[in-house]
Structures are given as structure tokens and as C-alpha cells.
Design a protein around this ligand. Structure first.
Ligand code: RB5
Length: 146
């Protein structure tokens, strides 16, 4: 199950992502927002983060205007590794190396065609499982990284 969230700056691109998910019969849950009215992106970042923390959803996709604000907010939540991607190479690498659990995009940054390819890459790339990457991920959550 994929958790979706956006603010008004990401609403239109989220609709494109939904079309892709439905076409590919990928189950999703939409945590809002549901129209173009101005809203506060941290609220949606937290809703999607909570869905992952509670294991209701396995991965998430968040979209705001730039992708920056909503990724900063999501990355404050424990266990969340939200990766802002504007290209397929980064989407692939962040799954392989960071085991990112949320893909973030900027609705005012990437066009729908590229965005859908980024989503496809992110959802279809596994974590490498390499010891060095696993070690670095656990250091993110620990105090030992100082
Ligand atoms: C909203 O106008 C905009 O600030 C927001 O979508 C995002 O780009 C923030 O980082």
C-alpha cells in the first residue's frame, strides 16, 4: 500500500501519480490534500509519515511545490527516509543505498512524464541490503553518528 500526500503546490502532479498507480493496479491511500486550496504541507507530511510508521503503508509519495518543505517535514519523523528526487538515477540510488521509504517530488519542478518514470523507478527498485548501506542507515537514527 502506497501512502500519498501533497499540498496545493503538489495537487495536480499527485493526480498524475494516481493515474499511474491506477493504471498499474497499485494500491494506494490518499491522505490529502484534495483540492488546490492553500494548505500547510507539514500536516500532509506527518499524515504520510504516520501511515508508514504504523505499517499501514509500506512506502509513501509526497509532493509540494518544490518538494523541499514537505521533505524537511517528513524527515523530522522517526524512521522516515524521505528522498527528494527530480531524476530517475536518484530515485534508483536512494532505494538501493538509503532504503528511502518516501519519494518526494516538486510539482512545480518536474513535469508529469518524468514524474511518473521517477515513481516507477522508485517503486520497482529494492534496497541493496549491503552491509555498508545498512550500517549508514542505522547511524542516521542513532547517537553514534557524532
Ligand atoms: C507553497 O506555496 C509552497 O511553499 C510549498 O508547496 C513548497 O514548495 C514548500 O517547500
Amino acid at each position: 500500500m502506497i501512502a500519498l500526500g501533497c499540498d496545493h503546490g503538489g495537487y495536480e502532479l499527485k493526480q498524475e501519480v494516481i493515474k499511474y498507480l491506477e493504471k498499474n493496479q497499485i494500491a494506494y491511500r490518499d491522505y490529502g490534500c484534495f483540492d488546490m486550496q492553500s494548505v500547510d504541507y507539514p500536516i500532509y507530511a506527518r499524515k504520510v509519515a504516520k501511515a508508514i510508521q504504523s505499517e499501514e503503508c509500506e512506502k509513501g509519495i509526497l509532493i509540494c511545490g518544490t518538494g523541499i518543505g514537505i521533505s524537511i517535514a517528513a524527515n523530522k519523523c522517526k524512521g522516515i527516509r524521505a528522498a527528494l528526487c527530480s531524476d530517475c538515477f536518484s530515485a534508483e540510488a536512494t532505494r538501493q543505498h538509503n532504503d528511502a521509504n518516501i519519494l518526494v517530488m516538486g510539482g512545480r519542478v518536474v513535469g508529469p512524464g518524468l514524474a511518473v518514470k521517477i515513481v516507477d523507478t522508485f517503486l520497482n527498485t529494492e534496497f541493496s541490503g549491503d552491509e555498508r548501506h545498512a550500517r549508514r542507515i542505522s547511524l542516521i537514527e542513532s547517537d553514534e553518528a557524532e
